[in-house]
Design a protein around this ligand. Structure first.
Ligand code: AMP
Ligand code: MG
Length: 350
């Protein structure tokens, strides 16, 4: 069932019905400020198992627990270091996920057997109202089939998961459009596990020290300490190829090939000649035949907000091949470049 709610001030009856479903072990998709989440009671093993089943997500891929406030997050973790307190005060509610040592109350299924748990306090008014009403931690990965594009609208959720979810709260398009930044506070120093909607530089400014795993050197080394940081992910149905003008826009990683501009034009001409439907995500004009060109803002926040919706629309238009103009390797673009690299990664059983 799809239930429309006011994104700024959701109707209490709809929130109460969704919260009741969550407490009863059901699945509720809801908007967060990043993307739509597929929610279930994080402390109910059977409910969490339904998330993995609905998404086709492998059990080695841990989920993020969503909480109404930092106090509720603290109840799930064994220790709450000074760095966690500072980051929570600065960025919660918001698009930052913290990985901390878990308590025994947290089911192993949620954390893929790890002794750590990922926690986040989202900022979206619908998510906040739902979490308060449910009064249980809510596991909520993105509400899409495993490895597919993340949903930024309720229509994306309905198209991807359909009746595998008990209720979809439709609060319109999600404002940030790209997943949360994941920071681990479990080892010697803070580590960036996934670039996301919150810039690494902002996190570093609050911590007063650099994040391990951040920066171009680490990105090039392709360290993937988090289970679930799969190479191919966030992928459209169409074949997706990246292009850019070297050396300003190197490939995001060694495994993902990148064309130069002339190569992109040649590929598009050949595809059009072969009768393939083509699309492109562009920051600058491209002199080539493209059936569905989509201009995107040449600025990371605006680009991130529109990226998944643009890729969904190219899939819906039946594109066989999509060319994407890579943004520069500037830290401000790192979340977008990460998602593009995963979307374009050659399928390899991942
Ligand atoms: P998703 O819910 O699909 O947005 O993905 C959750 C992200 O959080 C993945 O990148 C996971 O690898 C990461 N994550 C969740 N729990 C943990 C954990 N305990 N340790 C490290 N990474 C985690
Ligand atoms: Mg996801």
């Amino acid at each position: 069932v799809l239930v429309r709610v006011d994104p700024f001030d959701p109707e209490p009856a709809a929130i109460a019905a969704a919260a009741e479903l969550l407490r009863g072990g059901g699945l509720v998709a809801f908007p967060t400020e990043t993307v739509y989440g597929l929610g279930a009671n994080a402390l109910d093993e059977a409910a969490v198992r339904r998330i993995f089943a609905a998404k086709g997500r492998p059990a080695y891929n841990p989920l993020i627990a969503h909480l109404p406030d930092a106090a509720a997050a603290r109840a799930l973790v064994a220790d709450w270091p000074e760095a966690a307190a500072r980051l929570a005060a600065a960025f919660w509610p918001g698009p930052l996920t913290l990985v901390l040592r878990k308590t025994t109350a947290v089911p192993a299924l949620l954390t893929a057997g790890l002794d750590t748990v990922a926690v986040r306090v989202p900022a979206h008014p619908v998510a906040r109202a739902l979490l308060r009403a449910a009064a249980v931690p809510v596991a909520a990965p993105s509400a899409n089939p495993f490895t597919r594009l993340s949903p930024t609208t309720a229509a994306h959720v309905a198209a991807g998961l359909g009746d595998r979810v008990d209720m979809i709260l439709d609060g319109g398009a999600t404002p940030l459009g790209i997943e949360s930044t994941v920071v681990a506070l479990t080892g010697d120093g803070p580590r960036l596990l996934r670039p996301g909607a919150l810039g690494a530089a902002e996190v570093e400014a609050v911590l007063g020290r650099p994040l391990a795993g951040a920066g171009p050197a680490a990105a090039a080394a392709e360290a993937r300490p988090a289970p679930g940081m799969l190479d191919r992910h966030y992928a459209p149905r169409a074949e997706l190829r990246l292009f850019g003008d070297s050396p300003r826009t190197p490939a995001p990683d060694a495994a993902t090939p990148r064309l130069d501009r002339a190569g992109a034009v040649a590929l598009l001409r050949a595809a059009a000649a072969a009768g393939r439907a083509t699309g492109a995500l562009l920051r600058t004009p491209l002199d080539a035949p493209v059936h569905h060109p989509i201009p995107l803002p040449d600025e990371p926040a605006g680009y991130g907000r529109l990226l998944y919706a643009a890729l969904h629309s190219l899939d819906d238009a039946g594109c066989d091949l999509v060319l994407v103009e890579l943004p520069p390797p500037d830290p401000a673009w790192s979340a977008v470049r990460d998602r593009l690299a995963r979307a374009a990664h050659p399928a390899s059983g991942g």
